[in-house]
Design a binder for this molecule. Structure first.
Ligand SMILES: *Cc1c(COP(=O)(O)O)cnc(C)c1O
Length: 382
């Protein structure tokens, strides 16, 4: 089955008992055991729940993995994956991974002596040089947030295998519709389901997919032991969201391309970060490993134009955290997602004050252009 169909019919398709075309919301914490030591595959919903299981089977199939796991948030999924490691282990991470992923490594796991080192994972040589006897995994995000750096997943996974390391990929920005890291050699894929997979900005969720029985057993043990599971209703919302992923992503892709080109054509815009541009440094790798360029864009307004006025000038493009919903969302990395990074470092890596991140929604592209055009006109400083 092709992915467009798998999104709709993958995992557990409907309900065998009643013929319902949707998996029911099994809103139950426990299950009747007909006899001592006998059950129908479920004992307690932290350990297993049929609605959650339907989502877990679905994401495993979509990512081409061995098993999937659903968590109460992307951070809960990422945390569970890091629990696979132990004191003394070191993880190499991309230099601008999601702020929350950095925070949990930097402020929580270091207390347990699980260490990290930051590398530019788009440069294979830098990764090679950072590998020492404590390194156990390479954790990458591609494209990165907000500057859209691209890492070659297949090359990193190959290098990791040579050194006996796990490759972990946060696939939130691309989704399995556009990019399947396990097929490129990765061992574990994590997601914030909150974003494109859910797609409607109505639930917080996280997913992890592993490529082997051994990792599946270990991660299921951690999921049950630590308990950050996704509730049945949210599992249902995720399944519902995933059914339309293909059509949504197609529109996110085409709208983002139109908006990126439009922004680039404007004299008031100094720079546009979008991997779909042929002169983007990661363009060829992105074209090789993914089926599209996604819906995320970042851009910098020229001096003399105010990001505040721009954001205030927007009519329906919504200012707020998060991304990947049907509605266009705009955010300001320097004061929001990346505020915890010191000013000098922000300047150095390119997260300047006039940098704006846009999650392009699936609205009509002309309406989006009109909203952006008006806001640019209002952004000029007096
Ligand atoms: C949002 C996000 C996360 C964290 O997910 P939550 O669902 O907010 O916990 C992780 N990685 C990326 C790339 C994200 O965008």
């Amino acid at each position: 089955m092709k992915i467009e169909s798998l999104l709709i019919h993958g995992g557990i398709d409907g309900d065998e008992n009643t013929g319902a075309v949707n998996v029911p919301i099994y809103q139950t914490s426990t299950y009747k055991q007909p006899e001592m030591g006998v059950n129908k595959g479920y004992e307690y919903s932290r350990t297993g729940n049929p609605t959650r299981e339907a989502l877990e089977k679905l994401i495993a199939e979509l990512e081409g993995g061995y098993a999937g796991f659903a968590f109460a948030s992307g951070m809960a999924a990422i945390t569970a994956v890091i629990f696979l490691f132990k004191a003394g282990d070191k993880i190499l991470i991309s230099n601008n991974i999601y702020g929350g992923s950095f925070r949990v490594l930097d402020k929580v796991f270091t207390n347990f002596n699980i260490k990290y080192a930051i590398v530019n994972t788009s440069k294979l040589q830098e990764i090679k040089e950072a590998i020492d006897e404590n390194v156990v995994a390479i954790y990458i995000e591609t494209p990165t947030n907000p500057l859209m750096d691209i890492t070659d997943i297949a090359e990193v996974a190959k290098l990791a295998k040579e050194h006996g390391l796990l490759t972990i990929v946060d696939n939130t920005f691309m989704t399995p519709y556009l990019q399947r890291p396990i097929e490129l050699g990765a061992d574990i894929v994590v997601h914030s389901g909150t974003k494109y997979l859910g797609g409607h900005s109505d639930t917080v969720s996280g997913l992890a997919v592993v490529n082997s029985k051994d990792l599946a057993e270990r991660l299921h043990f951690i999921q049950n032991a630590t308990g950050g599971v996704l509730p049945p209703f949210d599992s249902f919302l995720m399944i519902r969201g995933i059914k339309t992923l293909a059509v949504r992503m197609d529109r996110h892709n085409s709208n983002a391309k139109i908006i990126a080109e439009y922004l680039r054509s404007r004299a008031e815009v100094a720079k546009v970060y979008y991997p779909g541009f042929e002169d983007h440094p990661g363009h060829s790798v992105q074209s090789k490993q993914a089926k599209g360029y996604g819906g995320m864009i970042a851009f910098v307004l020229k001096e003399g134009y105010s990001y505040k006025k721009f954001i205030e000038g927007l009519q329906f493009i919504t200012f707020g955290e998060s991304l990947g919903g049907v509605e266009s969302l705009i955010s300001h990395p320097a004061t929001m997602t990346h505020a915890s990074i010191p000013y000098e470092i922000r300047q150095k890596v390119g997260i300047v004050d006039n940098l704006i991140r846009l999650s392009v929604g699936i609205e009509n592209a002309e309406d989006l252009i009109e909203d952006i055009n008006k806001a640019i006109e209002l952004a000029k400083e007096e």
